[in-house]
Design a protein around this ligand. Sequence first.
Ligand SMILES: [Zn+2]
Length: 403
Amino acid sequence: MKYLILIGDGMGDRPIESLGGLTPLAYAKTPNVDFLAQDGQLGLVQTVPQGLSPGSDVAIMSLMGYDPKGVLTGRGPLEALALNVPLSQNDLAFRLNLVTMEFGEKNIIRNHASGDIPSDEAKGILDTLKEKLPLKIGQAIHQGFSYRNVFVWPNAPDGLADVPPHDNLDKPIDHFLNDPAYRPIAELVRASWEILADHPTNRDRLKRSLPPANSIWLWGQGKAPNVKSYLERWGLKGATVSAVDIIKGLGLATGLAPLKVPGSTGTLNTDYEGKVKTALEALTANDLVLVHLEAPDECSHQGNLQDKIKAIENFDALIVGPIIGGLKKAGYDYRLIVACDHYTPLELRTHSSDPVPFILYDPLARPMETPPPGYSELAAKNTGLFVPDGPALGRLLFGPEKE
Ligand SMILES: [Zn+2]
């Protein structure tokens, strides 16, 4: 048996007036997922447990059949895993952003990404930081991509505050720096200022009117998720196909190999064909493949309704359709889930915790007694099938766990 988890990130939404009260998912032309809904099981699954914030890390861990509660504490450790940084159980892993700070009576983060500083320029900055920051024994900086890097701190103090820089742009951040729960981190942030103030890379960026990387910002910290692998839980070997580091990290934490698709970008213009080809090829040697498309979420954050509809239609026509075709052609027995991880309502331009519509499809299983009209939030609600959490979804897809 082959298993697939196909995820359109952030596809879920609320009714939109200009679409005649339909959601983008209900409005978009999606013949493939509609067929799977009509011929399979359609329902809602609560991917964001109460009390957790609706990030893709949390929601996708649920779609993978896992319980993120008490296990997932930040994106830092997932990104560390994706960079092949080994983590031991007492390591706290942070995201280290290179940011553009405006210094003055009040200190303000003006750009959480240093204007998407290229990795080769970031390398010069990070090399200087590695050399000059007053790091404690065991603390280490690891270069990632662009402004997105990782900082590891073994045996860090408990209860440190987590302050995402993109949520705190253009307002003073001194109260965070002076907060006792952030102070151990703030010491390093402050120390970076003098080191980077006159850095040759920054002088050069300023000359080109680009935002300098004149401060670090540490956030998103957590410990490596300590969970059983798919092999241990269900005897399954698998892989992930995604442009996004936290999904690579989630896969690595659960024993799924991250597969590279050179043209995959996380945007509407990603290499759909490459993703499908990689996923289908991976199935010859694996039992499970997770395919993730970031574009619908990205378009929702940008507030772009037309692009969101296009991204959903691409997910249907360029991911789901060809994968079903490939499975049939290969003659596999298969079961799959199609879902979004969380809503990213256009009216909010950020994530929400609503339960999400999912399809469980097995070509040999019977459809529902009253087949739904298609794949949408409302149709999923109306079937009455409600799955309370990730582990329950995992049992639906994979069956009972090994003893
Ligand atoms: Zn998002």
